[in-house]
Design a protein around this ligand. Sequence first.
Ligand SMILES: C[S@@+](CC[C@H](N)C(=O)[O-])C[C@H]1O[C@@H](n2cnc3c(N)ncnc32)[C@H](O)[C@@H]1O
Length: 503
Amino acid sequence: MGSLITMTTRRTAVKWSKRLGRYLVSQDDVRKGELLVEKLPLATGPKCNGGLLCLGCYQPNVQERCSNCGWPLCEDCDAVGAVHQHAQLECAVLKQTRFYELPEGTWYCPQLDCIMPLRLLLAKELQPTRWDNEVAPMEHHDQARRENSELWHADRVNIAQYLRGPCRLAERFSEELIMQVVGILEVNAFEARTTQGYPLRCLYPYTGILAHSCVPNTARSIHPSEGFKIRLHAMVDLAAGEQLRHSYTYTLDGTAQRQSHLLEGKFFQCQCERCLDATELQTHFSSLKCGQCTEGWLLPKLPTDKDSSWHCRACGHSTSNEEVQQLIKALQAEIGQVQALEQGSKRLEEAERLLRKYKSLLHPAHYLATSLRQLLVELYGRVQGYEMAQLTDQQLARKVELCREVLAVLNVFEPGQSRARAMHLYELHVPLVLLAKSGFIASRLSGSELRTHLVEAIDLLKECVEILRHEDETSQEGILCGVASQALKQLSVSVEGLGTELD
Ligand SMILES: C[S@@+](CC[C@H](N)C(=O)[O-])C[C@H]1O[C@@H](n2cnc3c(N)ncnc32)[C@H](O)[C@@H]1O
């Protein structure tokens, strides 16, 4: 418990419960958008099960090797004086070993799986007090991980035995400790991206204490241009003492998908309000159309049980989980085929066709239908034949409708300042402006109606910028923030320029 007290920050505190283990709460009332936690990572490194990459800057498929140890390192990172973790940490250890080139036609580079655990183990030696206070209490789920014996064995051979054998670290780190470190990383690390967009993983001992919920109230941003600093913001207003909730999974998946992701990757069964409610908070995000009556929906009887039967509350018809999963699998395969089409008009038209077809199979808000809507939002205005300037008023109205439908779902699952909300607000403002202008030109809208629509678009952009201002400027979201700010300025100037003579 002593470590719980030392790890308190100005705005947050650590609590403990039997079900959640340690978790964070807010110390006082917090307004949405406010900063809760700001921390640098204790360790950063390559993701597990990845390909060949530079151990300094993480660029993939690097051909050059470190002139000291022979492991993958690009020319720039190998230059004298280059500052990166490879040189500071593991280069001296890896010098004892040989890096084996990948056989032709393979991409997975198992030798690199040991790098992040090694960096964390070296951090233990460099910062023993920090380790004892912050890393040792982290959950590693050793017992549950052992149950997947194939994976456990692979990690033992590729990582623990490799570090203790060829890397000659047997005297410094026990096999048990190494396997715990592998578990700590699996359960607690966050994915980040470099300024060039290459993925890696980072361990933040304090932010890692956040409990999971499928309806989060906090959002994180990781800043590659500031040493991968993590910032945690409140998505909504929080009361003093309120539990901070963070999503470890994709909020726009259905309950069965989220449950299996959490169980397999994080070793717990989520019991949040959304998971326990078959309707997923009245959204019907996993509900299927009942095949036996016209008005009912098939819902899982026990939503967190992976073998639960499904029932229609209107006519009492029931079906097995197996049948439901077969249908979902078939629809997922169809959607996969559409996603695999090249970015063009065919992809858009096929996505629209599937959405029409699924009306007779799924609830309109089902997560598969929602994923098609997200795809369509991206495509309208961007693909050949459907570029923004070419869209008819009907197609612009369709894009508006799709954005609003996705936003309605996000309002429930990612309330407040979420990144996905910001993206959809941006997408929505463009067709609204174009429709307002064409309506005014065709005299369907009066001057004051035109202004009202443009002011609505301005409000969307303001909110979008407000949310995305937390992002790193070099990230995709940070770049969009700049684009949205520019659009906001231009639109505000045009509305001011409209004057009063239009009214
Ligand atoms: C990233 S850690 C969170 C901090 C952890 N509780 C600790 O004390 O170090 C993730 C682990 O916390 C627990 N956990 C987090 N959220 C949970 C939830 N909603 N329900 C049950 N367990 C949860 C699970 O054991 C999970 O594997």
